[in-house]
Design a protein around this ligand. Structure first.
Ligand code: CA
Length: 439
């Protein structure tokens, strides 16, 4: 169910001019969180909220005690190097802080004089992981990605029968999650033998790929043995960011049977620095439209709220640059675009399914959606799909071709929410450049 309040009023504007600039995409209706400091400084990393082309330093704001009640309690958790304490507080606190920040940054606010000196330009900032991520889970909820990948590896039965009954997921590796801008070293590993009876090949991955996903940061957790119902699930979602699940397809193909992905995925996962709160996304909800010819979700995964607005309308883009394109000063090329609305399962269903067996989630856990490919060929958000399993080269506008990533290639993931009559919300971006394998 959509929960709109005064912070979503599209008519609101800010005393900060850049917040009212749609090209920048950080209006007063947005207010996403990150952990930052001035680049190349010795400052401590601390939480901030984006406003226009600036960041409000929340650690400094907390010292000035501008808010009261739940908003003050929430702001007081924003002084350390992570957002875990804020995430643990829950929706009443998050919502109170959002309202206080919204009122403080609107045109005419008396708090302008308090906040203005605390602004740090985004152009001068660097970011760290916004939370201590103790567990990272990755789902697989695009039926288009699952079908396209399945056609390559299992042409006779591309989609496994469980896909339409439960959100497929696996437990990822939290230690190797990195923030946007971190360079990714090409992994080394085993790949399938060239012919039966031969040993596997060993060396740098020859099929290094990206996957454009979205991810949730978990808010309050649940006690082990006690599940989060579908009615409660939204209140456990702090916010959403972009995620690149780097994947070595050759390593994956050899190791994945029988237990699932392991070293093909665990070397690096890149996330974008800004966490867009679930409350900021409320205006972008869409109904859950499962085709009538498909099985309907089991009752534990459905309620009125999912049916009426469980889906989010978030536009997604993947771009590439190469050493050659950057030297020639070409703009990064668009590889594909899609939308989170193509997901087969909702974010709330992922939370509920994850805990249905009594598994305990914790504040700051990261939960990926899986590659968010859409129904059309230009909505394929991995090279494995774009090159149809390396059978067709992807032509780049400056004349190069790619089937998978080469050293020096840089992938940039972007997302935004747009709708008529509402300010544009940017998610910023998640970038990562490939470095050669270490011998
Ligand atoms: Ca994935």
């Amino acid at each position: 169910m959509t929960q709109l309040n005064e912070t979503h009023d599209p008519a609101l504007s800010s005393w900060l001019a850049s917040a009212n600039d749609a090209n920048i995409g950080f209006p007063v209706q947005h207010l996403p969180f990150a952990v930052f400091r001035r680049a190349a400084s010795q400052e401590k990393f601390r939480p901030g909220v984006a406003l226009g082309d600036q960041i409000i330093d929340l650690a400094q704001l907390a010292l000035r005690q501008p808010f009261s009640g739940l908003a003050a309690e929430a702001l007081n958790t924003c002084t350390g190097p992570t957002l875990n304490a804020l995430m643990a507080l829950g929706n009443r606190h998050w919502s109170a802080l959002r309202l206080a920040l919204s009122q403080a940054t609107r045109a005419g606010s008396v708090l302008q004089a308090v906040i203005e000196p605390l602004l740090v330009p985004q152009a001068q900032a660097e970011y760290s992981l916004p939370a201590q991520i103790r567990d990272y889970t990755d789902f697989y909820i695009s039926i288009y990605h699952a079908t396209a990948g399945g056609k390559i590896s299992r042409p006779d039965a591309p989609l496994l029968p469980n896909f339409k009954w439960l959100p497929i997921g696996y437990h990822g590796r939290a230690s190797s999650v990195v923030i946007s801008g971190h360079e990714v070293v090409r992994p080394v590993g085993q790949a399938r033998p060239a012919s039966a009876g031969q040993p596997p090949s060993f060396g740098p991955s020859q099929r290094l790929d990206f996957e454009l996903e979205m991810a949730m940061f978990v808010g309050p957790g649940n006690a082990q043995g006690k599940r989060i119902t579908i009615d409660e699930a939204d209140e456990h979602i702090f916010g959403v960011c972009l995620l690149n699940d780097w994947s070595a397809r050759d390593i994956q193909a050899w190791e994945v049977q029988p237990l699932g992905p392991f070293l093909a995925k665990s070397f690096a996962t890149t996330i974008s620095p800004w966490i867009v709160t679930r409350e900021a996304l409320e205006p972008f909800r869409l109904p859950f439209n499962r085709p009538a010819t498909d099985p309907q979700p089991l009752p534990y995964l459905m309620n009125e709220s999912v049916k009426k607005g469980g889906v989010y309308d978030i536009g997604l883009k993947a771009l590439i640059s190469t050493e050659q394109s950057r030297a020639a000063r070409h703009e990064p090329a668009l590889l594909a675009h899609s939308n989170l609305c193509h997901a087969y399962w909702t974010l709330s269903q992922l939370i509920t399914h994850h805990t249905v067996n009594g598994c305990n989630l914790q504040p700051g856990d990261l939960i990926g959606t899986g590659t968010m490919s859409g129904p059309n060929p230009d909505q394929a958000l991995s090279f494995n799909e774009l090159s149809v399993g390396a059978t067709q080269a992807v032509k780049l506008p400056w004349g190069q071709e790619r089937k998978f990533l080469e050293d020096g290639d840089e992938i940039t993931l972007q997302a935004e929410c747009t709708k008529p009559g509402y300010p544009r919300l940017s998610f910023g971006q998640a970038t990562g450049k490939i470095r050669p394998a270490v011998g």
